[in-house]
Design a binder for this molecule. Structure first.
Ligand code: NAD
Length: 481
């Protein structure tokens, strides 16, 4: 079985703890590789290496244009290694191979786009109400950046952070989830192959409490980009506030996918299914609440059930598989618990609702894709993030009621609205409390478009021009002439 090493200061190293833990393939239920158990000493070495790389090494002296070239070269190499990275992540995370191949080819775009922005970070010359004075602003890198990622999309969410952080001139220490670390360590191999300076990109694997917390608290770390759950995000935010560190927090969601009575129902059915069942429901943007106008409710539910019940379970490596396993055993237990809670609350289970039989040869974490109807907006199943293939269907009678229900959770990551009326679409897009609103589509994201949440879904934005500003701080320079 492959035993990985930490990647610190351009070298592959054993963890200071001398310990490794198993990474489990969620389809077979078996260990498939061993991950180093990084702790505070490794974090310290990585943060120091990143600080040196940023302030003393080549990264401190090369031009912004050269920095951009280096990132674009890394993007090219990622494209060449896309299939390898995709297969590693499928073994670790259970996402479908077809989806991962697309995602890994797409990763390149983050390094090309942000590489292209590296030499377009412009300051300004504000007009000053004093004679003989020139004032200009510079946007400078913040410092060593901690990139902390969850298990549901390790490579993609890493790229969302690392590409803008490096383009802005920072160095990074990446702490992937303890459940899915292998693909990030493989990414480090690509950085090595791309000839990035030693210490510019470091990967310290390990548990949240043992590697994540020391990283957040490390005095040399000045910026934390975190994607994860609400509780982890709160911890990180409090710890960061203690030392006035910059943060970007991408947290959970309970997004509403809203179908109005004038929608094209077949399109909306497909959008509802991919909204909740893609990646086995383990996406932060999952459209886990489906709000149906009472006039189309029954017809829509029939169509939804007809299509959703055809989904095929299986090995995520097989092209014919449509639903793969839940990624981790704790998450599997959490989803199963919510199936029980929803039934106890009185939600009507119209599809699934149980642990799924294992596909041939598997001993993984399979849950039936599940649809609950007659869900009331204040039920736990309608308020709390399940992060699994579980859809709550809620009926509404007016646009005002739909907006009120959609906004009635602590979260505010995304929302979808399906309608043929421009006026209603504009109204919903203004009123919905969410960082992203999709009209007649669901789940689209792009490296060019800001992404992030409101309320408990997070702070700050990833992707697009907004993202690079998250990794910069402004300095004003005054001259008396
Ligand atoms: P998690 O919060 O348990 O862990 C995320 C990462 O933080 C892991 O690497 C973990 O080891 C680390 N960590 C945990 N506690 C920490 C601490 N106190 N200090 C520092 N690091 C710590 O989340 P998860 O279960 O891995 O991921 C699922 C969650 O991520 C869901 O809530 C999902 O909605 C959210 N998510 C959000 C987005 C988004 O962009 N908004 C995208 C994907 C996933």
């Amino acid at each position: 079985m492959q035993q990985y090493q930490l990647y610190i200061d351009g070298q592959w190293r054993a963890p200071a703890s001398g310990q490794w833990f198993d990474s489990i393939n969620p389809y077979t239920g078996e260990a498939w590789c061993r991950i180093p158990r990084g702790t505070a000493g490794d974090v310290d070495a990585a943060a120091r290496a990143a600080h040196r790389a940023m302030h003393e090494g080549e990264w401190a002296t090369i031009t912004a244009t050269q920095r951009g070239h280096r990132l674009r070269r890394l993007g090219d190499l990622l494209a060449a290694r896309a299939e390898h990275l995709a297969r590693i992540e499928v073994q670790d995370n259970g996402k479908l191979l077809a989806e991962m191949l697309n995602q890994c080819r797409y990763l390149t775009e983050w390094f090309h786009y942000f590489g292209g922005l590296a030499d377009k970070i412009e300051g300004s010359v504000p007009p000053i109400d004093k004679a003989d004075v020139l004032n200009f602003t510079r946007h400078e890198p913040i410092g060593v950046t901690a990139c902390i990622t969850p298990w549901n999309s390790p490579l993609l969410l890493m790229a969302w952070k690392v590409a803008p952080a490096l383009a802005a001139g920072n160095a990074v220490v990446i702490k992937p989830s303890e459940f899915t670390s292998a693909s990030t360590l493989e990414f480090a191999r690509v950085c090595e192959e791309a000839g990035l300076p030693a210490g510019l990109v470091n990967v310290v694997t390990g548990y949240g409490a043992e590697a994540g917390e020391p990283l957040v608290g490390h005095p040399l770390v000045r910026k934390i980009a975190f994607t994860g759950g609400e509780s982890g995000g709160r911890h990180v935010n409090i710890a960061a506030a203690r030392d006035f560190k910059h943060t970007t927090l991408e947290l959970g969601g309970k997004s509403a996918n809203i179908v109005l009575d004038d929608a094209r129902l077949d399109d909306a059915v497909s959008g509802a299914i991919s909204g909740i069942f893609a990646a086995t429901g383990q996406t932060c943007i999952a459209g886990s609440r489906l709000l149906l106008h009472e006039r189309i409710h029954d017809q829509f539910l029939d169509k939804l059930l007809a299509l959703a019940s055809q989904a095929r379970f299986g090995d995520p490596m097989d092209a014919g598989t449509q639903i793969g396993p839940v990624t981790t055993e704790p998450q599997f237990r959490k989803v199963v618990d919510y199936l029980r809670i929803a039934k106890e609350e009185g939600a009507r289970c119209v599809m699934g609702g149980e642990v799924a039989p294992q596909p041939p040869g598997a001993r993984g974490f399979f849950v039936q894709p599940t649809i609950f109807a007659d869900v009331k907006p204040d039920m736990r199943i309608a308020q709390e993030e399940v992060f699994g293939p579980v859809l709550s269907v809620i009926r509404f009678a007016s646009d005002e009621e739909a907006i009120r229900i959609a906004n009635s959770t602590n979260y505010g990551l995304a929302a979808g609205v399906w309608t043929e009326s421009l006026r209603r679409a504009v109204n919903f897009s203004k009123q919905l409390q969410a960082g992203t609103v999709w009209v007649n589509t669901y789940r689209s994201t792009s490296y060019t478009t800001p992404f992030g949440g409101v309320k408990a879904s997070g702070l700050g934005r990833e992707n697009g021009m907004d993202a690079i500003r998250e990794y910069l701080q402004t300095k004003s320079v005054w001259f008396y002439t």
